[in-house]
Design a protein around this ligand. Structure first.
Ligand SMILES: Cc1cc2nc3c(=O)[nH]c(=O)nc-3n(C[C@H](O)[C@H](O)[C@H](O)COP(=O)(O)OP(=O)(O)OC[C@H]3O[C@@H](n4cnc5c(N)ncnc54)[C@H](O)[C@@H]3O)c2cc1C
Length: 444
């Protein structure tokens, strides 16, 4: 019987391993199941040199007291002059994946820590309270505890696609996160990119570095890209309203944030410093909002919030500017609705009636659905959270069952637990979730 079964092989799975081992748990008690090399996951499994971290290297920490650990490792282990910028060092995401792997290498190579490159498709509860996980190769694993660290589900097309009526489907890139699509490109291809967030910027940086000659179309409702990271510092501590109270009205939450932010450009250090000062206590205050208020705020702010929170590496914004200056970029405001086969290419149809002739279509519309979460909900082991993006968990990361009681031995740590914990997407927030869970598990 496995003591701790960790599902996923990304950053979160790795940092929970690291923190569990730090608390004195023997690595032999831990088994990891996930398809990528440990540490890579969806975010850092990208052997594409233009896919860079979207925050400076000191933000990418495993321990709050060792914020420079990755920076120091990078200075020693890699030569990457393009990473250096006045806003900080923005290394390749694949290098960060290597750094995380290096933290666990000795346990993996000695066989003390077991990692199987597989996917878990089903989880059931045994009558004795233990868990049985079924892998996609039908193997069964029995464990006392399961920690779901399954992260951001891989992207899916934002509209149904009739694959049987399409040929050359290898030119339809549903998941561009690993950056391998660039190998399929011809110099003059007409490219359509659905979305204008960080993944779209990754694609533009790759196209720029490849000196791509063809037309590049961006389809996005707002047509806005995230602003670049500035060199920000936290100097002040905002005093949030209703400090000692348990509840906060969404209007008070919003107005406080609006008033705290200076009337400066989003790209400025001043604005970004104030924004980052707010983020320190944002999750705590988010938790004071009623569920209905969280939902209303999410609906109202979602795209603005994502754009400001996920600021971009200066390198990707430089590529965007260069493509704009070359007048190679055509931005169409609207939603992509369908893909139609033309003779040797595709037509991307928009909700405003426009159609764009495309040789390659890249889906940068964000994360998709998590099949394992769905199975757990359908089996009545878990329930969906308020935003229907993750499983509902309690303060101690225990997955709640249909009667809202916590499942014994089933935990989730994840960037998608936003409804419960607020602003938690970045790697360092996941490191904190992992530390919290590791201390709970080690004291059980
Ligand atoms: C493309 C991308 C770039 C990002 N860049 C940054 C950045 O620069 N800086 C930053 O701070 N944050 C970044 N993030 C945010 C990111 O959420 C966190 O930093 C962190 O990497 C998330 O790690 P994770 O392990 O939870 O998730 P993921 O990286 O999504 O990894 C989850 C892993 O679990 C696997 N998995 C899923 N389901 C199963 C299953 N049923 N069985 C087995 N395995 C399963 C997946 O295949 C995947 O390998 C990025 C996110 C994405 C998607």
């Amino acid at each position: 019987m496995i003591e701790y079964l960790i599902v996923g092989s990304g950053f979160t799975a790795s940092v929970i391993c690291i923190h569990l081992i730090d608390t004195g748990i023997n690595p032999k008690k831990i088994t990891v199941i996930g398809p990528t090399k440990l540490g890579q996951g969806n975010a850092f499994n990208c052997p594409n040199d233009e896919y860079r971290l979207n925050v400076r290297s000191e933000i990418m920490w495993i321990y709050p007291e060792k914020k420079s650990e990755f920076t120091n490792w990078a200075k020693k282990e890699i030569i990457d002059n393009d990473a250096l910028h006045s806003a900080g060092n923005f290394y390749k995401r694949s290098d960060f994946g290597r750094f995380i792997y290096s933290k666990l290498r000795k346990y993996l190579e000695s066989g003390e820590l077991c990692h199987e490159k597989e996917v878990i498709k089903k989880i059931n509860k045994n009558n004795d309270g233990s868990w049985v996980s079924i892998l996609s190769n039908e193997k069964e694993l029995h464990s006392k505890n399961i920690i779901l660290a399954t992260g951001n589900p891989s992207p899916q097309w934002p509209f149904p696609i009739k694959r049987e009526s399409l040929i050359k489907t290898e030119s339809l890139i549903e998941n561009p996160w690993d950056g391998q699509w660039i190998k399929k490109l011809k110099k003059n291809d007409n490219i359509s990119i659905i979305g204008s967030g960080l993944t779209a910027l990754d694609c533009l940086a790759s196209l720029k570095s490849y000196n791509h000659d063809g037309e590049i179309n961006i389809v996005s409702p707002s047509g806005n890209f995230p602003p670049p990271q500035a060199f920000w510092t936290r100097k002040n501590t905002p005093i949030w309203p209703n400090g000692n109270e348990e509840n906060l009205l969404p209007s008070k939450f919003l107005n406080f944030m609006k008033n705290y932010l200076p009337s400066e450009p989003l790209e400025s250090s001043k604005w970004q410093s104030a924004w980052e000062e707010l983020r320190i206590d944002i999750s705590h205050n988010w938790n004071k909002l009623p569920n209905k208020g969280k939902f209303a705020l999410k609906k109202k702010l979602n795209s603005t919030w994502s754009r400001l929170r996920y600021r971009a590496s200066p390198q990707s914004i430089k590529a965007l500017k260069e493509l704009k200056n070359k007048q190679q970029l055509i931005i169409s405001n609207g939603y992509a609705k369908n893909i139609i086969q033309k003779k040797n290419s595709f037509s991307l149809l928009l909700n405003n009636g426009k159609s764009i002739n495309s040789d390659i279509i890249i889906n940068c519309s964000g994360k998709g659905k998590d099949n394992l979460n769905e199975q757990l909900i359908n089996s009545k082991i878990g329930i969906p959270d308020t935003f229907k993006e993750a499983l509902e968990v309690d303060e101690n990361h225990r997955v709640l069952s249909t009667d809202r009681s916590p499942n014994i031995g089933l935990y989730m740590i994840s960037p998608v637990l936003i409804a419960k914990f607020g602003d938690i997407v970045a790697a360092n927030r996941l490191a904190l979730q992992s530390m919290h869970l590791a201390s709970i598990l080690s004291s059980n």
